[in-house]
Design a protein around this ligand. Structure first.
Ligand SMILES: [Zn+2]
Length: 197
């Protein structure tokens, strides 16, 4: 049994009994919607790394890796959907999986935004640390600059702090610093700032 690409109803003839579209017309409609949804997904995929630099969680790199996996899975789904639509193959399950992926970057971004925005500067806790190293990797949104310090958290060896360009230039390995950390309104500790001791 094949299903209409547009509305998903089962159909026996070329024209869908439910929405009245022919299989060719339904394919065009499906493509159009797929393109729109992919646009929403890509916009969110720029938003998430952007917010993650404004209110960077301490585990920002782990989050970016998880996010990267979701990103490539979703794009692969979009490509498969496009191909299957072209061949008029069954795609109901994939369609729903893709729909589930689309809002994820927006949900991630909103979560980090609320976590940082609703936190009070009064909650900042300062940890003494020594700069151990640093690295700079150019990227799509604003690049990745990290100052590496020994961690004050148990079970964690290093903290890779998501610093801005100024702080990146200001500090060298060996510098004694205080690292400001906020607890996060939603419980995700995030890096607030770094200061010379
Ligand atoms: Zn239909």
């Amino acid at each position: 049994m094949t299903r209409c690409l547009d509305c998903g109803s089962p159909r026996t003839a070329d024209q869908c009994p439910s929405c009245g579209l022919t299989s060719a017309a339904a394919e065009v409609m499906f493509r159009r919607r797929l393109l729109k949804r992919t646009g929403v997904f890509l916009a969110g995929s720029l938003m998430f790394p952007y917010i993650s630099q404004i209110y960077p969680p301490l585990d920002v790199d782990l989050m970016l890796v998880v996010f990267g996996v979701i990103f490539f899975v979703a794009l692969a789904l979009a490509v498969i959907l496009d191909r299957r639509a072209h061949k008029h193959q069954e795609l109901e399950v994939l369609k729903h999986s893709y729909a589930g992926c689309i809002l994820l970057p927006w949900i991630f971004a909103a979560f980090l935004f609320v976590n940082g925005r609703l936190d009070s500067p009064k909650n900042v806790v300062y940890h003494t640390a020594i700069v151990d190293g640093r690295y700079n990797m150019p990227g799509i949104v604003r690049g990745t600059r990290r100052l590496i310090v020994r961690s004050w958290r148990s079970g964690q060896n290093y903290e890779r702090l998501a610093v801005d360009a100024d702080d990146y230039e200001r500090f060298q390995p060996g510098d004694q610093v205080n690292v400001g950390v906020e607890p996060g309104a939603l419980g995700i500790p995030w890096y607030f700032g770094i200061y010379r001791r």
